[in-house]
Design a protein around this ligand. Structure first.
Ligand SMILES: Cc1cc2nc3c(=O)[nH]c(=O)nc-3n(C[C@H](O)[C@H](O)[C@H](O)COP(=O)(O)OP(=O)(O)OC[C@H]3O[C@@H](n4cnc5c(N)ncnc54)[C@H](O)[C@@H]3O)c2cc1C
Length: 306
């Protein structure tokens, strides 16, 4: 089947769904291809306390359900499939999912990013229950507690420093005997009295059934095991933008993020991008939603509606 729509949005996280709210409310009835995670990364967490409008906080999946309902109320058409290939050379653009082909005059790419994980069973089970991939989002939950950060790059050091504002103690677990982080970040973490290090160590398991009660680490040289009594574990070993299918179609930077030209415009006229798929700096639901709004308005301008 070939389905035609003036606009197709790839991804249904905060960015894609916000774009779809704007476009559907303006009468464009966009098709939104959801991928495997309708609602995006917030589906992987519990309470969200920093999204404006919810003074008591709201569960991530509940928040994303509200986004979806708002988009559908105005006529956004959700397609529960995953994009496997795109052709942005032809006009109209072609988007291939596992089952169908879609044609569009304009496309918004909002496929987000995925945090790299350690790959432990307990990590998924305790995500949002002491395990976090976002210090900015979850740091405030750890007032007066002891936490660990896994990683050795700038992002991990930034997280560790940020967490010292709340936590009692912050332990950095790193698999090597030196950091990859820039000298200035190293200087800051080494001079912070709340931060200590577990060198040459990897996380073997996360302890606790309903919340984090400790972390089992393993010395890569001696094989010795140790339990760290922490209530939080921040995994800061990087993010992967979901851009594999855009290689050769859109300009990507060296890390795979989509490069924007002006506003939400990508290297291909008529293709726009929004959210974590291009933004490796802020990575927040509210910024992703804001970028989704920008992309929708840019699409309307491109289609001559503004
Ligand atoms: C555990 C966790 C907790 C967080 N907590 C907070 C918080 O408290 N506050 C906050 O502001 N931020 C938080 N964040 C960050 C926030 O979730 C992200 O910044 C935000 O979701 C990014 O939105 P996005 O729409 O750009 O991408 P995403 O949310 O990553 O959504 C991407 C969408 O693209 C789809 N997709 C991917 N590949 C394809 C494909 N090939 N075809 C079709 N669709 C595809 C996915 O299915 C998904 O629907 C958290 C993140 C995580 C992981």
């Amino acid at each position: 089947m070939v389905a035609k729509s003036r606009v197709v949005i790839l991804g249904a996280g905060p960015a894609g769904l916000t774009a779809s709210i704007y476009l559907s409310r303006d009468g464009l009835s966009p098709i939104v291809i959801t991928g495997d995670l309708l609602g995006g990364q917030l589906m992987l967490t519990s309470i969200v306390e920093n999204f404006p409008g919810f003074p008591e906080g709201i569960l991530g999946p509940e928040l994303m359900d509200l986004f979806k309902n708002q988009a559908e109320r105005f006529g956004a058409r959700l397609v529960y499939d995953r994009v496997v290939k795109v052709d942005f050379i032809v006009r109209p653009f072609k988007i291939y999912t596992s089952n169908d082909v879609f044609e569009a005059e304009a496309v918004i790419v909002a496929t987000g990013a995925s945090a790299r994980l350690l790959g432990l069973e307990a990590e998924r089970r305790l995500m949002g229950r002491g395990v976090s991939v976002c210090a900015t989002c979850d740091g405030a939950f750890f007032k007066g507690k002891d936490v660990a950060v896994v990683g050795g790059g700038d992002a991990a050091m930034e997280d560790a420093l940020f967490l010292t504002q709340f936590a009692n103690k912050v332990m950095i677990i790193h698999r090597r005997d030196r950091l990859r982080a820039s000298p200035i970040m190293q200087q800051r973490v080494f001079s912070n009295p709340k931060i200590s290090f577990k060198w040459n160590s990897v996380v073997k398991d996360i302890l606790g059934e309903k919340s984090v009660e400790g972390v089992l680490i393993n010395d890569v040289n001696s094989g010795a095991e140790e339990i760290l009594n922490v209530q939080g574990l921040f995994v800061a070993i990087g993010h992967l933008p979901n851009t594999e299918i855009f290689k050769g179609q859109l300009e990507l930077d060296e890390r795979g993020y989509i490069v924007l030209k002006e506003g939400s415009k990508t290297s291909v006229e008529g293709v726009f991008a929004a959210g974590d798929v291009h933004d490796h700096k802020y990575r927040q639901a509210i910024t992703a939603a804001g970028f989704g709004c920008m992309a929708a308005l840019d699409v309307e301008k491109y289609l001559g509606l503004r």
